[in-house]
Design a protein. Structure first.
Length: 200
């Protein structure tokens, strides 16, 4: 403060440091709220994937481990058992439902063969987001958006099948689920998410 020289008769000026011209704007104030924030792994890719909003929101919840799987319900005292509804062998985590369960793996294998991706993408139980982000880099750039949509579609349908078995006591065999996935892919194309068609 000792270096500040006040000039009589000159009014004070205010300068906003978050804009280049020093003028306040609501947009710059909003942006300032995120200074120093970190972005979760895959956040940008989730919201850019060509898929219906409800599916992207579902994968946002997957990314933050907020889906109510049997394992999570069991830990909260809401279920008697954490076992998977598909295989009845291992705890039902989100990564197990989407990648690790034998039912899920067989579904993935048939879908990957259908879209000629079986040589490029390998399914094994691991963190879903890490697997997806690594696998998408192995796919040609021209087909990557289609692959992202396909991953979201298959994961969404596996989750819906899990819920159908859990709450409605209805189940589809693998072949039936694959057929439902292919039919829904056509519906997505009609709704404007045509990138799945680029994989065929």
């Amino acid at each position: 403060m000792q270096l500040v020289q006040l000039v009589p008769g000159v009014p004070d000026t205010f300068s906003w440091r978050f804009t280049t011209d020093g003028v306040y704007s609501a947009a710059s104030a909003y942006g300032a709220m995120f200074l120093g924030a970190s972005t979760p792994l895959g956040a940008k890719e989730v919201w850019k994937t060509p898929a219906p909003a409800k599916v992207r929101l579902f994968f946002w919840l997957v990314m933050h481990h907020r889906c109510w799987t049997s394992d999570r319900c069991f830990r909260h005292g809401l279920r008697d058992s954490p076992t998977c509804i598909f295989c009845d062998q291992l705890p039902e985590t989100m990564d197990h439902i989407l990648l690790g369960c034998v039912f899920s793996r067989e579904t993935w294998q048939r879908i990957l063969v259908r879209f000629h991706l079986q040589e490029v993408v390998h399914v094994q139980e691991e963190d879903f987001m890490s697997w997806w982000l690594r696998s998408r880099r192995l796919v040609d750039k021209q087909r990557r958006r289609g692959f992202d949509s396909l991953v979201f579609l298959v994961g969404w349908r596996l989750w819906k099948e899990r819920n159908s078995r859990t709450f409605a006591l209805k189940s589809l065999p693998v072949a039936g689920l694959v057929s439902a996935i292919l039919n829904e892919a056509e519906d997505w194309c009609l709704a404007g998410f045509r990138s799945v068609r680029e994989l065929a």
